[in-house]
Design a protein around this ligand. Structure first.
Ligand code: 16G
Length: 241
């Protein structure tokens, strides 16, 4: 288990030990992990070493701390494959999670320079601006701000955007969603993101910009989103030759 003669640092061995326990179900999501003293007695290692391992596991999203209560096992991160073009609703359902949205704001605004450029519109063309917290089993996963040309994606209502936007576009508007380009970068959550995603100051998020097109090449949405880095990971398969 822990080999003090190994060249692998002890804190790292402890991390691997705890990760294996999470993987094989000995430690369950939301279960409190044993106290530092238990690990210290069990492996005859120092509290500082244990603290370092636990901090690393918190930073990597395997564990979370609750003030005054202890350290707990996190739920597994949601894996999103980067192959198909899917909606949030589809992604969550595929994983057996219940998708949901909390509407933050919904209005029609004249497109500024950035949005006009992304959607290939003239500046000041009316666009919907929709801000939604996306939920999985009622837990905030991402904050999404979506821009859609109002005269293309017509007739949006609160009721529609509380459900699936993609479903409405395809089934009600009979438009064919075809492809998207997306960029992902790391960031620290900003004030509004902290509040709406219910995460602590200093938490990492994955910022994603996506522009999506219809079959005829028309851009129909530009989306800025902040995904919780402790709950989400993106998986990409690559081929050579
Ligand atoms: C995903 C898409 C977003 C799209 C939304 C539609 C990313 C980064 N974003 O969240 O571009 O607008 O799905 O979801 O994956 P809906 O059909 O559930 O409203």
């Amino acid at each position: 288990m822990i080999d003090k003669n190994s060249p692998i640092p002890i804190y790292h061995q402890l991390e691997e030990y705890i990760k294996a326990q999470i993987d094989n179900g000995d430690l369950q999501p939301d279960e409190a992990i044993p106290s530092e003293r238990v690990y210290a007695d069990m492996f005859q290692i120092s509290r500082m070493t244990i603290r370092q391992a636990l901090t690393n596991l918190v930073n990597d999203g395997y564990l979370y701390r609750q003030k005054g209560k202890g350290t707990f096992v996190n739920k597994k991160k949601v894996e999103q494959r980067l192959q198909g073009l899917t909606s949030f609703t589809e992604d969550m359902k595929e994983r057996g999670l219940t998708p949901g949205s909390r509407l933050v704001s919904f209005e029609i605004i004249p497109s500024g320079r950035e949005i006009a450029e992304r959607l290939k519109l003239n500046e000041n063309t009316p666009v919907y601006e929709i801000k939604r917290v996306r939920l999985a089993d009622n837990v905030p996963m991402a904050l999404e701000t979506t821009y859609l040309p109002a005269n293309l994606v017509k007739g949006l209502t609160e009721e529609i955007i509380n459900q699936s936007l993609y479903q409405y576009i395809e089934e009600k508007l009979s438009l064919t969603i075809h492809e998207a380009t997306q960029q992902i970068e790391a960031s620290i959550a900003k004030e509004q993101e902290l509040r709406l995603l219910e995460i602590e100051k200093g938490s990492p998020v994955l910022l994603i910009l996506r522009t999506s097109h219809l079959k005829d090449g028309t851009p129909f949405e530009f989306v800025k989103s902040a995904y919780r880095a402790d709950r989400y990971k993106f998986v990409h398969t690559m081929q050579r030759g």
